[in-house]
Design a protein around this ligand. Sequence first.
Ligand SMILES: Nc1nc2c(c(=O)[nH]1)N[C@H]1C(S)=C(S)[C@@H](COP(=O)(O)OP(=O)(O)OC[C@H]3O[C@@H](n4cnc5c(=O)[nH]c(N)nc54)[C@H](O)[C@@H]3O)O[C@H]1N2
Ligand SMILES: Nc1nc2c(c(=O)[nH]1)N[C@H]1C(S)=C(S)[C@@H](COP(=O)(O)OP(=O)(O)OC[C@H]3O[C@@H](n4cnc5c(=O)[nH]c(N)nc54)[C@H](O)[C@@H]3O)O[C@H]1N2
Ligand code: SF4
Ligand SMILES: [Mo]
Length: 802
Amino acid sequence: MTETTTWQKSACILCECNCGIEVQVEDRHLVKIRGDKSHPGSEGYTCEKALRLDHYQSRTQRLTSPLRRREDGSYEEIDWDTAIAEIAARLQAIRAEHGGDKIFFYGGGGQGNHLGATYNKALQGAVRARYTSNALAQEKTGEMYVDGRLYGGHTKGDFERAEVVVFVGKNPWQSHSFPRARPVLRELAKDPARTMVVIDPRRSETAAMADIHLQVRPGTDAWCLAALGAVLVQEDLVDHEFLAEHTTGSEPVIAAYHSVDVADYAERCGVPEELIRSTARRIAEAESVCTYEDLGIQQAPHSTLSSYLNKMLWILTGNFAKPGAMFLHSWFVSLSGSGPTSGGGGGSGQPRRTPKAAELATRVPSYLPTVASGPLASLVHPLLAKVANGPALKPPSKQASPGRRTPVTGARIISGLVPCNSIAEEILTDHPDRFRAMWIDSVNPAHSLADSDSFRRAMRALELSVVVDVAFTETARQADYVLPASSQFEKWECTFFNVDFPKNVFHLRAPLMEPLSGTLAEVEIYTRVIRALDVVDERVLDTLRRAARRGRSQFALTFFATVGANPKLMPLAPYLLHEALADTVPPGTASLWGASHLCAMANPDSVRRAGFGGRGFAPGEKLFERILTGEAVAFTVDDYADAWSYVKRPDRRFTLEVPELIERFEALADEPSSWTSDEYPFVLSAGERRAFTANTIIRDASWRRRDGEGALRLSPADAADLGVGTGDRLRVVTERGQADTVVEVTEMMQAGHISLPNGLGVDQDGVTGVAPNELTSLHHRDWLAGTPWHKHVPARLELIDG
Ligand SMILES: Nc1nc2c(c(=O)[nH]1)N[C@H]1C(S)=C(S)[C@@H](COP(=O)(O)OP(=O)(O)OC[C@H]3O[C@@H](n4cnc5c(=O)[nH]c(N)nc54)[C@H](O)[C@@H]3O)O[C@H]1N2
Ligand SMILES: Nc1nc2c(c(=O)[nH]1)N[C@H]1C(S)=C(S)[C@@H](COP(=O)(O)OP(=O)(O)OC[C@H]3O[C@@H](n4cnc5c(=O)[nH]c(N)nc54)[C@H](O)[C@@H]3O)O[C@H]1N2
Ligand code: SF4
Ligand SMILES: [Mo]
């Protein structure tokens, strides 16, 4: 029993902000939690959810033994050795018979845990998997595609300083997604010199605080955003100097905006034309503007096109690389295709190629003289090709490359990720190239992906499925094997959601307590499986271990030389590092040694400005040592103008022309802007973020202080039509399913729009609330990225008899 009144540092794991917290632990419970004022990102801030984190740690029913499915669908406990041996043998057999590319990997990390993903990646290398995905491929891949075409990086806004902030389908009051969201919103709202614009069909908490609320009809953002851009162009409010100096290909984009009929588009999206015009003028006149788009457009009709049109608002007005504007940033480890956390293959929207030494030379000037142009150059280059900073510099390309496609349905793979809506289709078929096995870690896709029924059937159709989780989830209940992981407070953990600028912060957290008996950290699970697969020559491991005993710099030389000389070992690098360094670093952190070096190589100037300078391997080594302190670390420091150095183009210009998107932009004029029918007259947004939702990370319903059942929200007008009031029950019916739910009548909703929360309907001692994806279907998806229309499900409401 641990009994202590000391405050230990950690982070909240419920959303990607990962606010720093301090915790007192008693008897394995997180008894006291407060914001950590010393955390450079969150500065002591937390929302109400973090204070009840013990419900994740100890009140979510935990798995304590590996489980094996019996014929009848029940599960039996087996020991770890049996589980590892059987799983390895079955992976080997599937690889031998069908090829490693038939073993599909889904997940790898949630909102708080990405360390295990580095070792998951090594297992992918060990079985030679080619296809992977995660939740990003049901929300962000449309935006990633656009980012890839425009500049090859991920953008974020300087919300704290911007004069005008535009939230598009984003409700940060509840969903956060940037540090200290609520204080930042309050500041913005009360400052008369600054303007908050919200585009949302719902009067969300954020919309209610905004200076301007463009209350679009659901699903019509493409028309609204097109009209805003058209006002900029037609009233000649664009920043011509910026376009001339920093972009190529603006002409066809400008031409497309010229042909927009603003009055017609305003009517299509249900926003008064004069409000659209005045909003566009406000954006144009501001010193600085930034925008944040999220699920309200990314999980709705035309999501990829809407991302493109949203980004044009700040590009046409020159709002980049200055205080209060948009920026591109460094990564500690990239979350997109080229980093260790997700699938290999194409970078954002375009195929990856190995950068030439000359290109690397422009990226790593201070690093080159000491290592990369010396005898080690040829050995280090292949590694640099995979560095954290994502795909290498690419000349601008006008045409979409065919890119990678999925083997059965030919869906577009963006940033190395198979579209989530395609996964079941890639399995439920007799096509010879179908996936035969699936490895699932830190995700609950049988609950979180569209059309849960299809996903369950797909899992049962596989020859092998393995789930790694802390809880017996909806997905675990379909798996052949379930492996119990130690919780995020029982092991070293971190996330790679490090997306800030000019200071970017990485936080490795030390464990707060011993692992729950029977569980293993992911690093140990993956290491055991890879050992059982016997894919690495013992002599290689011996060489590395011997080098490690002679100190870190000797190890660095040996490691980079070994992997550089044998690129086939590269995908296994995290495993090799763990096998070699495990005795000298905290458990699981060995892969971060490699990541620290790659980060320092990719961003030498910014890492030096953060205080990690020196020659050769010194910066990476210093960064790693600093990270091991368990405190959040600013790993890159930039100036605003440095944002240009993250543009992945040799000329550092944005490439604005994306022909396939301009074509669809022009087609908006004649396209329908409504997807409901007489049978399904309502638009259901299935998955709203509320005060007490956190995906399915906390399964214990008593966690929620209010809205315990997750009510269906509907407008007073619709409630009156149906003759129901708050607390009554209704049946929601969609093409795919139906559910009975309690109702909340609220002015937040416009007539015709209804909304259910995300993350409910999980089964722990019975089901509370509606599982949203029992109602969604696979075919409602974006025409380009394949992202689902979770926010736009045609539905009808029925009174429940009796
Ligand atoms: N409390 C809480 N916070 C979270 C999470 C959580 O589960 N709970 N999850 C985290 C995750 S994984 C993510 S991705 C983010 C998501 O963060 P958000 O995207 O902000 O969350 P949502 O509430 O799903 O959707 C945002 C808004 O989209 C609006 N919307 C619906 N339809 C449309 C439309 O057609 N057009 C427009 N413009 N808007 C529309 C909704 O009314 C809603 O206000 O939140 C993160 N933060
Ligand atoms: N209809 C609809 N569907 C949606 C959404 C929506 O708005 N509407 N939102 C979507 C979005 S944006 C997202 S991001 C997804 C999220 O959905 P998923 O990507 O499926 O992720 P979570 O629900 O967060 O599940 C996290 C899992 O990790 C497990 N876990 C926690 N800690 C650990 C650990 O240390 N190790 C391991 N191995 N496992 C751990 C938890 O028990 C849980 O099962 O849902 C999506 N689904
Ligand atoms: S839920 Fe998100 S915003 Fe709230 S404390 Fe946790 S990490 Fe911070
Ligand atoms: Mo998400």
